[in-house]
Design a protein. Structure first.
Length: 175
């Protein structure tokens, strides 16, 4: 990242300034946690990545559906990620991913719209079961400035283990 861009995000990191990332999202919304741990980003690159995630993905989703997204997990500090048992490779720790829902919108329909209309790195419909109702599970979606894979997955529990399988727009209706 260039020194100029790095300087742009410096106050967010050093002075803990809440920055508006898009017209609907700010840093505080993406670092909020219910755990008793400091989750403020310590690297400007993480703030930059959150900015990019909001700009190219989250704001686009919000604008299409015309409703607020409820972000349950955005950026995660290493300490928070370890506390909740997150993957050491988690894109949340880089500011590249968010878990969210839109109240009143079926998460399967939300995943289908994102898969068909957005550029993303990874889209996971997590723990969705149609028999549990429209707000079953949640969406995990990530975005990188370059090299987005458009990897669409479903996460389901199999006993105590979480299994991931590749998904497509045709099979998702069978959930």
């Amino acid at each position: 990242m260039s020194q100029r861009i790095d300087a742009f995000y410096e106050d967010v990191v050093r002075k803990r300034v809440n920055m508006k990332l898009t017209r609907s999202f700010d840093v505080k919304e993406l670092v909020r946690t219910q755990k008793a741990v400091d989750n403020w980003p310590t690297h400007t690159l993480a703030v930059y990545n959150m900015h990019v995630l909001c700009w190219f993905l989250l704001q686009k989703v919000r604008d299409h559906f015309g409703r607020a997204l409820v972000v349950s997990s955005g950026y995660r500090s290493e300490k928070l990620n370890e506390l909740i048992g997150g993957s050491v490779e988690s894109q949340h720790c880089k500011g590249e991913a968010a878990d969210f829902e839109i109240p009143g919108i079926d998460n399967r329909e939300l995943a289908k719209w994102i898969a068909a209309n957005c550029v993303y790195d990874q889209l996971i419909l997590e723990f969705y079961r149609s028999k549990d109702g429209s707000n079953s599970g949640w969406i995990h979606c990530s975005y990188r400035l370059t090299g987005n894979r458009k990897e669409f997955l479903i996460a389901q529990k199999n006993g105590a283990k979480t299994e991931y399988r590749r998904e497509n727009l045709v099979r998702i209706d069978d959930l």
